[in-house]
Design a binder for this molecule. Sequence first.
Ligand code: ADP
Ligand code: MG
Ligand code: MG
Length: 195
Amino acid sequence: MKIELINAKKWIDLFVEKLETNKVVLNELDTAIGDGDHGTNMNRGAEAISAAFAKKEPENLADLYKTTAFAMIQKVGGASGPLYGTAFLDMSKAVKTDNLELGDLIKVGTDGLKRRGESDYGMKTMIDVWQPVSEALSEDKFNQQVITDALVKSKELVATKGRASYLEEKSKGHIDPGSQSSAYLFESLLEVIGD
Ligand code: ADP
Ligand code: MG
Ligand code: MG
């Protein structure tokens, strides 16, 4: 399955909305195993995305993802800014020549996260959500359960990257904040493409 500009724009608009609605939730998750700012960080990004779209309607997919990436890189700060920024920038570059299948598109983003974060699947980071979503999309099996299962699985892990890794065993049993914001990203996608 591929996504066209109009739906991709809806996708990112919904993500922005969910970040705004769930700012406190994300801060609370980050308070438990980090420094409590993930909701605040992502909301600076969400505002910057809205402002950039209001200033100039994205003309194509590459433009849409690039605008999203720049807002994240410039405004989010924290670890998550450059991570989301890299994922969306790589996705922007990838769609310049080809409107990729969604599974491949999200894989490009996942690979960007791994490269930028020097991290991998299973370290209790947002990658634990991006990777299974990309795989499910490629197998035409993407639905809410995929996202829920990814969160449940990652919750029980001990973090080995990011601030949560400082807590070692105590990071177990908590949802990783970046995984939750990524869950909002992909729940937004589901709302646009259906399951
Ligand atoms: P900070 O930890 O700098 O305060 P945020 O709270 O905004 O930044 O974002 C934290 C999230 O970033 C984590 O929940 C995790 O999902 C993600 N993260 C942190 N480090 C890495 C990494 N090396 N690779 C992938 N994701 C990471
Ligand atoms: Mg934080
Ligand atoms: Mg911080």
